[in-house]
Design a protein around this ligand. Structure first.
Ligand code: DUC
Ligand code: ZN
Ligand code: ZN
Length: 494
């Protein structure tokens, strides 16, 4: 970055000059003028900037918006994940991401509002990029449900529910109570959708026969358990006309259920993650415990699923690709917390992905041409910002938007290596993978936070982004037969 001392009257604080800008619809050559925290002008031959950034030969893209990440989060089993808000958001910044939505995770017996307050304090102290929260409700008590409206009003416009995991899952009836509370306050509900009983049955059978290695985790999460749960979820959401987001879709069949639901006009959104586009169950088939490094839930599936998910992204059936960053170290603090030779059931699910999400997708979509640059911008920044009501401040390069910008060198080839990444997991399931295209400069609200491999941000410089549920979370207004007084003998149930 070059500096000149005197700003002109019409000048900018920063001009990013000579780059190629991309949005969800267009790619064009333009300078970007920034005043304070905001994009003030986009045009050719813009006037002077107090600081000038030469973007010749570079792509100037909106900073990434990663709407699914587990940060400094305690698992239901009491295991702390490997990253703090400082380390996870540092990794995000190096990977070109400027906004993240992690979780405030309620466990059984915890007061939801206290949980949210605690995560707030952690993020305020450590975050280097901007953030909001999804509230995980695992104990859907009357008290927790009563707290939802005030929390949504305070800016927590989305809730996450689980249909599986012994200590997290919410059964259908209280699930509907939470959906209704969300509807009444206009919040989005995000769901981990897998059939709990099918998984528990498979685990029991595999264990009884001695199939305990990490690769059998992939077998235990029967692929049909995803489609079944999504189907049931869609039926519950349709009963009360509540919009839903289905997290980490991994199978052909899961994507198919979402397509059908959307075809009926239901407000059903879908997310997938790089692990379902770039890994398969075969990656878990490693000697000893090594396969644990590739364990996540749902597990990576098969090549045909990868193809189906790409197609679902192309068709718009799935709208976002998030990281599901959930780092656990490969030691007694993480994956091996139950000892050196645990069964797959005793191994924490998840791995780090917040830094490599964008480079992996850029390589596939832009460098190798799969779906292209516009779709890359849409899936990784603009669409998640819109769905979670962070747009137009976040997710696009536009006049008036926050100057959250990633400048990419489209020619830079990098071999992914845990040693170069900035999370605290200590390994990456993408070790040795070569990607072309790298974010060389990341800016948050007009401040350079990463410049050519050097961190410029301080912990705590990220800002909380209060938001309601927004447009995506608004009900359609089409009542189900059971809720429509014209078809339910006049009962007023809303
Ligand atoms: N699966 C989840 O549901 N959450 C965290 C990570 C994972 O693999
Ligand atoms: Zn999940
Ligand atoms: Zn997750």
């Amino acid at each position: 970055m070059s500096t000149s001392p005197a700003p002109t009257a019409a000048g900018f604080d920063i001009v990013i000059r000579g780059g190629t800008v991309a949005t969800t619809t267009d790619t064009f050559n333009a300078d970007i003028g920034i005043r304070g925290e905001t994009i003030a002008a986009i045009g050719l031959g813009l006037g002077h900037g107090r600081h000038e950034i030469d973007a010749t030969g570079k792509l100037v893209l909106p900073g990434g918006v990663d709407t699914h990440a587990h940060i400094e989060q305690l698992s239901a089993g009491g295991l702390m994940n490997a990253d703090t808000f400082e380390s996870a958001t540092r990794a995000a910044a190096f990977g070109g991401t400027t906004t993240v939505i992690p979780f405030a995770a309620q466990h059984r017996g915890m007061q939801l509002s206290k949980v949210v307050e605690d995560y707030h304090l952690l993020a305020k102290r450590g975050a280097m990029i901007d953030y909001a929260f999804h509230m995980i409700v695992s104990d859907a008590t009357e008290q927790a449900i009563d707290e939802i409206p005030a929390l949504v009003k305070a800016g927590h416009g989305s809730i996450k529910l689980f249909m599986t995991y012994d200590r997290l899952k919410v059964d259908d009836e209280p699930f509907l109570d939470v959906l209704m509370a969300a509807r009444e306050t206009g919040a989005m509900v995000c769901v981990h959708a897998e059939n709990h009983g099918m998984i528990a049955f498979m685990v029991k059978r595999l264990m009884a026969r001695g199939y305990t290695a990490p690769k059998y985790h992939a077998v235990s999460h029967a692929r049909g358990s995803e489609a079944e749960a999504i189907n049931r979820l869609v039926a519950m959401a349709a009963l009360i006309d509540q919009p839903i987001m289905i997290f980490h879709v991994s199978t052909v069949e899961g994507a198919r259920v979402i397509r059908a639901a959307r075809g009926e006009g239901l407000k059903v959104y879908g997310e997938t993650c790089p692990q379902y586009l770039f890994l398969t169950a075969a990656d878990l088939d490693k000697p000893g415990m090594e396969g644990a490094k590739w364990m996540c839930s749902p597990p990576p599936r098969e090549a045909a699923d990868q193809e189906a998910l790409w197609q679902a992204l192309a068709l718009g059936d799935l709208q976002t690709v998030s990281s599901d960053h959930a780092p656990y170290r490969f030691d007694a603090s993480g994956k091996l917390s139950a000892g050196p030779n645990p069964s797959f059931k005793q191994i924490a699910n998840g791995f780090a992905g917040i830094e490599v999400r964008l480079p992996l997708l850029f390589d596939a979509m832009v460098s190798q041409g799969r779906l292209g640059l516009q779709k890359f911008v849409e899936l990784t920044a603009t669409a998640p910002a819109k769905i979670y009501n962070l747009h137009p401040k976040k997710g696009s390069i536009a006049i008036g938007a926050d100057a959250d910008i990633a400048i990419w060198d489209p020619k830079k080839t990098v071999t992914l290596d845990a040693a170069m990444l900035h999370d605290l997991a200590g390994y990456t399931p993408y070790q040795g993978r070569r990607v072309t295209g790298w974010p060389v400069t990341t800016m948050l609200r007009g401040a350079v936070i990463v410049d050519n491999g050097v961190l410029k941000a301080a912990p705590g410089s990220g800002r909380f982004l209060p938001r309601g549920g927004g447009e995506a979370a608004k009900p359609t207004g089409r009542l189900s037969a059971e809720f429509d007084p014209a078809r339910n003998f006049g009962a007023q149930l809303m």
